[in-house]
Design a protein around this ligand. Structure first.
Ligand code: FAD
Length: 278
């Protein structure tokens, strides 16, 4: 069992715990995005094993009758071993998910992985005519061009600001510039994408911008936020819009929890209060 200090951000160590959390979300009109924690395997065996766990999760989602989809990190299912290993494992997951009507998201990692991730996404989104989504990062300078390519592919696209510390040669490092790009790309997506836009942000300004764009273009869209972050806002938005919560679980919870706790002062204070019992 994970300690209470981490349970705000991580749903547990087992699929059963994660699905139980998703049931409580569903009761409030929020859909779960299940993510098995773990990344950066350099060997095939653990990458194959995690891909197999994702395949089994599809059955678990069906058995539990919850509203949930999956989100997978490329380096967790073999990208560090080879593009072909990643593509093969992603294909196995998407195939199982398609049989049960479960949507599969592909997370985006650092800029050295973008080409392989978009190629694999294009292959399966085209092969399965949607049913797959990919994340793109507003901080990367290439994203404007990537969006032009993605507009012609069936499937959903999640826009985030970008979580990786990228060099200035490939990324905007100034926060205001990233925000500007986020707004611009969101507008492009609402204008050009027919298969749905996912707004992956907790930022009230970006959320309002998305609502304005939806009113202007009527494009179908969803909000996506992380477990433990602005949950009140998630539940409020869910009364009117589609809202998804990214729900990480698994034995490798510590480094994810540590990142969440350190990224904002409020999160760290919350964690410390949990330890001190106040
Ligand atoms: P920020 O720019 O960090 O903050 C802007 C404002 O949002 C703040 O001023 C505050 O008002 C509000 N806010 C933000 N965080 C908090 C908080 N913890 N508590 C209270 N208010 C807060 N990144 C990737 O690189 N690849 C991925 O595949 C990826 N997938 C993601 C999936 C989801 C569902 C989400 C939500 C994020 C994902 N990210 C991913 C992370 C993303 O790139 C950002 O690092 C992260 O979302 C922080 O940016 P932001 O837009 O939420 O807000």
């Amino acid at each position: 069992m994970i300690p209470p200090i981490a349970s705000r951000f991580v749903a547990g160590e087992t699929p059963a715990e994660a699905l139980e959390h998703i049931e409580t979300l569903n009761d409030r009109n929020v859909t779960g995005i299940l993510n098995l924690l773990g990344e950066h395997y350099e060997e095939r065996a653990p990458a194959d094993a995690d891909a197999e766990t994702y395949r089994r999760l599809v059955g678990d989602i069906e058995d539990a009758s919850v509203d949930a989809c999956l989100s997978v990190k490329p380096s967790q299912i073999g990208l560090g071993v080879g593009d072909d290993v990643f593509e093969e494992n992603l294909g196995r997951i998407v195939e199982a998910a398609q049989e049960e009507g479960v949507f599969v998201w592909v997370d985006m990692e650092d800029h050295t992985t973008t080409d392989a991730t978009l190629d694999a996404y294009e292959r399966y989104a085209t092969e399965y005519d949607g049913g797959v989504g990919v994340c793109v990062q507003a901080n990367l300078k290439r994203t404007g061009e990537d969006l032009t390519r993605l507009a012609g592919i069936p499937g959903k696209v999640r826009l985030v600001k970008g979580a990786y510390d990228e060099p200035a040669s490939v990324a905007y490092r100034d926060k205001a510039e990233v925000n500007e790009r986020y707004r611009e790309y969101l507008e492009y997506m609402f204008r050009e994408f027919e298969d749905g836009v996912a707004v992956g942000s907790h930022d009230p300004e970006m959320i309002d911008h998305a609502i304005d764009l939806h009113e202007e273009y009527s494009t179908s869209f969803e909000f996506q936020m992380l477990m433990g972050v602005r949950e009140d806002a998630q539940f409020d938005l869910a009364e009117e819009y589609e809202v998804y919560q990214y729900v990480p679980y698994g034995g490798k919870w510590f480094s994810y929890f540590y990142r969440r706790a350190m990224e904002r002062k409020e999160n760290l204070l919350f964690a410390l209060r949990a330890v001190l019992g106040r």
